[in-house]
Ligand binder design. Structure first.
Ligand code: HEC
Ligand code: HEC
Ligand code: HEC
Ligand code: HEC
Ligand code: HEC
Ligand code: HEC
Ligand code: HEC
Length: 401
């Protein structure tokens, strides 16, 4: 059974949409060969995840199964979770004259929009990059020259799995023109070299893409560290590498807030230039939603945790109080032990009536799954909403009988 995973971001709703007009679209063949190999990193000083494995086996072996590592990948048989078999490779839309077909052909994967009757118009694009670990959903990107666009059909894994209209897309339209700005990849990948300056510009050096969130996203460049620990080195403590555990609490939270404080924060510097340990406020504007009375639960674990009395009343709580980012997430119940680092079972008002059974259930009542209207995908005439785990730890009225 699949656990409840992360969600498709609302970002797709907010980013500018470049409509391609009526000109004939480029054929998939024009898009050029899929880069089947990426440079470990084109950035000076960065070594890539494989380079850490020899000396940090424990972290490295668990890490490849995490949502961070898997959050973007090059398209291929193992990265695309969507289905291509007959009968399960189509998506009908609210518009009877438009449907999509997904096709696997000669080791490449395509989305084709088939529209109109009796005049058929067909547009096919190749799925080049996969975004989303698939805990909840995947969306697909395609290259057109040096530009990256989102495809209109995503794959949803929650509930009855299947192809859906990409979240935020108008059901019944074939929109191939939604651009992917650098910020999207900053949260879902480790690096790409933008070749234009604007925050919303969409021109890249294709070969520079480093998919997935890498070790060095959180630990900073590792080449020098590796050289200093080369065989024969006497160094016992980590040299020339960042360990977030040594940051003050605010900077620890900032590191996670780079990607977990909602998508509304405006950038002050180019994507991929934030250095862990530095104040994030110099890099991103504050999230305006954090000051509203009801911030949405989607994607903003930082904003919500900061409202919790646990966080406000303890000097030490950070994200790593509960999460080990080097290993895949565990089931919700197992987190109760983390609550009991600071609380007693008997301290809960429900202990009197419910007794010890609450000991493994703190999360259900104090960090409940809440419905969000922010992320809705569609399939045929059906809307597929979702529930997410709030990080505002408190007493929720519905838990009081
Ligand atoms: C040649 C061996 C070697 C390689 C390769 C290596 N490290 Fe290390 N690393 C060490 C040693 C030795 C230490 C110090 C002992 C320890 O903490 O395990 C260390 C410590 C660390 C620490 C803790 C630092 C501290 O101050 O507590 C981090 C974080 C770290 N390494 C990250 C990385 C990352 C990320 C990579 C890959 C880019 C990497 N290491 C590659 C040998 C290596
Ligand atoms: C999402 C951010 C993130 C990523 C990605 C990440 N780490 Fe870490 N790492 C941390 C944090 C935070 C700590 C400090 C944990 C703590 O507070 O105990 C840490 C600590 C460490 C340490 C110190 C020993 C320890 O376990 O506390 C090592 C070594 C390390 N990481 C290696 C790696 C390697 C190797 C990778 C990639 C396979 C990696 N990390 C990926 C955030 C990250
Ligand atoms: C570079 C962006 C980035 C940074 C930095 C980052 N995250 Fe994430 N994190 C993501 C994305 C994107 C996902 C969703 C991945 C998916 O499912 O496709 C995610 C998922 C998660 C998940 C849930 C999934 C799982 O199985 O692990 C946890 C927990 C998490 N992050 C905690 C943290 C913590 C704690 C930090 C800070 C130490 C952190 N993240 C830093 C981007 C980031
Ligand atoms: C500010 C960082 C940020 C930006 C920008 C961002 N995302 Fe996300 N995205 C996340 C986080 C964090 C999650 C995990 C869901 C959550 O925490 O609610 C996520 C989840 C997803 C998922 C679902 C993953 C899964 O397996 O459940 C998809 C797909 C996705 N994002 C696609 C995109 C695309 C495409 C863009 C750009 C057009 C984008 N995101 C921009 C942070 C971001
Ligand atoms: C790092 C320590 C720490 C951890 C871990 C922690 N808490 Fe707390 N929590 C506190 C402190 C301190 C307070 C404030 C107590 C006070 O003011 O009397 C608090 C308050 C609360 C409250 C009262 C909230 C309110 O708004 O009145 C609840 C409920 C609660 N915690 C539940 C939890 C649950 C459930 C978990 C695990 C998911 C958890 N806590 C984890 C330290 C922690
Ligand atoms: C008191 C414990 C606690 C703290 C502190 C905490 N989390 Fe979580 N987190 C949880 C629990 C419990 C879940 C739900 C796990 C599940 O449902 O499988 C979760 C899930 C998540 C997810 C997956 C979200 C989803 O909807 O699928 C992300 C991302 C995440 N946490 C990020 C963070 C970040 C970033 C921080 C720091 C701002 C943080 N967490 C602090 C307990 C905590
Ligand atoms: C069945 C739902 C439920 C479960 C399970 C549960 N709680 Fe509670 N908790 C509540 C409710 C409801 C209250 C408010 C009770 C009251 O006001 O008498 C509460 C109150 C609290 C408080 C605040 C006490 C105060 O006086 O301010 C803390 C702290 C707390 N719970 C921690 C926990 C921890 C830790 C766990 C897991 C070991 C847990 N709760 C499990 C529902 C639950």
């Amino acid at each position: 059974m699949r656990r409840i995973g992360p969600l498709v971001c609302l970002v797709t709703l907010l980013l500018p949409v470049a409509h391609l007009g009526e000109q004939s679209p480029p054929s998939a063949a024009e898009a050029g060969p899929v880069a089947n190999k990426t440079s470990a990193s084109t950035r000076a000083g960065y070594a890539g995840d494989e380079a850490c494995q020899a000396c940090h086996r424990v972290q490295s072996e668990a890490y490849i199964h995490t949502a961070h590592h898997l959050t973007s990948q090059l398209a291929g048989p193992s990265s695309i979770l969507g289905t291509f078999g007959p009968g399960e490779n189509g998506l009908r839309t609210a518009n009877p004259a438009l449907h999509f077909e997904m096709e696997a052909k000669d080791g490449a994967y395509f989305q084709t929009a088939i529209a109109g009757f009796p005049y058929m118009s067909v547009r096919a694009e190749r799925m080049d990059v996969v975004v989303g670990s698939g805990h909840r959903a995947q969306t697909y990107l395609y290259w057109r020259g040096d530009q990256l666009f989102e495809l209109p059909v995503s794959y949803w894994l929650e509930g009855s799995a299947g192809w859906v209209n990409s979240p935020g897309y108008q059901n019944g339209l074939a929109n191939f023109g939604r651009t992917i700005p650098p910020r999207c990849l900053e949260c879902h990948a480790s690096f790409i070299q933008a070749t234009a300056l604007g925050t919303f510009d969409n021109h890249y050096d294709r070969a520079s893409l480093v998919p997935g969130v890498a070790c060095e996203t959180c630990h900073g460049p590792g080449k020098e560290h590796i050289a200093l620990h080369a065989p024969g080195s006497q160094a016992k403590t980590g040299q020339a590498i960042l360990n977030p555990a040594t940051f003050p609490r605010d900077r620890q939270i900032d590191l996670c807030a780079l990607c977990h404080n909602g998508i509304e924060r405006q950038q002050l510097g180019p994507a991929f230039s934030y250095v862990p340990g530095q104040p994030l406020a110099n890099y991103l504007q504050p999230n305006p939603m954090d000051n509203t009375t009801r911030p949405d639960v989607h994607g903003n674990q930082v904003g919500l945790l900061k409202r919790s009395r646990c966080f406000l009343s303890s000097a030490t709580m950070t994200c790593t109080t509960c999460h080990d980012v080097h290993a895949p997430e565990r089931d919700a119940a197992s987190y109760s032990g983390r609550c009991l680092q600071c609380h007693q079972v008997t301290g809960c008002g429900m202990y009197k009536t419910m007794g010890k059974q609450i000991a493994t259930n703190c999360i259900d009542c104090h960090m409940p799954l809440l419905t969000t209207s922010a992320i809705v995908a569609t399939r045929g005439d059906e809307s597929i909403g979702t529930k997410i785990r709030t990080h505002w730890i408190k007493i929720y009225p519905k838990t009081v009988e």
